[in-house]
Write a new protein. Sequence first.
Length: 331
Amino acid sequence: MVQPCFFDRYHLIIHLMINVLALTPLTTLAANNITNTPAAQTPTAQSPATQMVGAEIASTLRDNSDMIWLTPAQGDTFLLLSKADETGENKGTLLLLPDNHQHANWPGLLRHLRTQLPTQGWTTLAITLPPLNIETQKSESQKTSEPSLSKKDAAKTANQPETASSVAVNTDAGLADFIKQSQLRFERSLLFIQEQKLPGKLIIVAIGTSASAWFGAMQQGYQPTQLDGIILIDAYQPFPDPNLDISNETIKLAAKIPVTDIFQTEHPHIQQMQQRQQRAQQQHAKHYSAKPLPPTFRQLDLRFSEPELILIEKRIHTWLESEFIQEKPKS
């Protein structure tokens, strides 16, 4: 009879510890200069999907001091990851919204921005949004809207490959519910910022399909109490819908506050991004700026290389400094 290997038992114990840590109430967030309010404590009940995401995120962190559980007025509890400004400048807060089926510490672009922008004076908060079943929604939208994208293009909807948790958990919502549940998380996250009295500007960073959630909520009347700017990164609407036009909402917002649009020129939804540029020029959206990335001739996926991550970070830093930090000449 083959005896279990010591290392197998060791790895099993470590795996169980990670899951227990993910579900253990956080006793202190002092390292992040954020107080542990009752709303920020781990809730007593969590859905299986929430537990799975929490365990996966916990496994990617050195410690759990960045993890904060928030419960909206309605809907599921969700995790917010916080990382405080490391310079003492307190320029403001960036709320990072991940692409579809990605969590708040997704490897690559989101994690890079979440961990690097605090070194430039910004506090970052990242949340996980409810998943959206793009394939189901596309088949439904074909009945009333223009043809949807090909299966080849539909496969290119994320900047990073999926993990086991994003594949195994089947909790996809329809578009209306996706926007509604996302808005509840936006509201709770912004309330958390107010509760913590985080100083400075508030900037939304919407990656991929999260722009559909944000602008879908605004199109339905959502008006956050504070919003100073928006950064779009490869932002797109995954399927046509008569009740959602993120291009139009982007330009409307850019008439009031700064909006910068960063995108890959090889993105399968590049026509949407070019359309935003054209509308901004036609409607003289003075606060809109487009920042296309240099072509890299990708063939298989849309993952960013390390040099590209640094380039995006620099473009965001330059835009933030020019729009919100540096004094502008009076007109």
